[in-house]
Design a protein around this ligand. Sequence first.
Ligand code: TYM
Length: 339
Amino acid sequence: MIVVSGIQPTGKPHLGNYLGAIRNYVKLQDEAVAQDGTCLIFLADLHAISLPHDPKELYDSTLEMVATLVACGLDPNKTVLFNQAQVPAHAELQWLLNGTARMGWLNRMTQWKDKAGKNREGQSVALFSYPVLQAADVLLYQATHVPVGEDQKQHLELARDIAQKFNNDFASEEAPVFTLPDPYIPETAARIMSLRDGTKKMSKSDPSDMSRISLTDDADTMAQKVKKAKTDPEPLPSEVEGLAERPEALNLVTIYAALAETSAEAVLTEHGGAGFGQFKPALAELMVSVLSPIRDRFVDLKDDREQLDAILARGAAQARELGTPTLDAAYKALGLVRG
Ligand code: TYM
């Protein structure tokens, strides 16, 4: 079992990141340890330069994200925790895979289409080739499990396509260079939506801070955001089917279910018939009880730069070693001689 996943260090991590991905990093970290496997989680700082960013802030937000991940339960003694920039093999393997990835495959990526909008010509090449770096991230370590939210599923399918084509073109069936990775997507919280618009994904880049719960929000801020969350005037139904045309209500019930680690059905059995005046305070209370301990640990850790630097340095040294055999095999398969 080899678990690999990444998170961009730009912006503050939010509830969608936590329920969709980070919680599963922790779960799979523990499963990997139990099975003598390996878990690698990294800060995708190389991905972060695909959009305009402030170089003065990038490393600080990387450290802040490390503090958040540790606060959420990632243990640097169990997980290899690092940032891509300290492991050059990610960028090297991306270049090698650029020979295999096809323009048409990248052109179909919905994240590229959404982020580029109408201005494709004005985007960086990095934004377009971003999924190839993501493929390199996981293929470098022979990942078997990749915990992600729903929005990354297509990128993972692309990573499989790249691995398969590379293996077909440059390796034998008996000795493939790459393992095909499987996405590991949660059932209940694969796609947490904005608190202001139930049809839009909760996102670090949404201009409205009220659209998301940040893991670093204090209890009052969280309660305030839940109170102000967009809803409709109807009470909650007692069956999930009753949420079909009600994206905001569905989102709040989904968040409740994910935080309580139960199903939407169970939440509606308990709260069906309640109005939002009743349901929102219950949701806020549950949220604060789950997220406050994380915030408290984050506050304790965030200013200890020395410790956070050391976690990244140690993780990077481990990752460099773990990635070497696959990088070497990829160079060799392509006929590239390196002395
Ligand atoms: P990023 O930084 O946008 O998000 C990190 C993780 O959080 C998940 N996520 C969500 N899950 C549920 N609901 C939401 N509203 C929500 N928003 C974000 C994402 O699916 C992701 O799992 N390209 C990636 C980072 C990356 C990566 C990788 C991931 C780079 N290389 C290799 C996996 C494997 C990204 O930008 O995630």
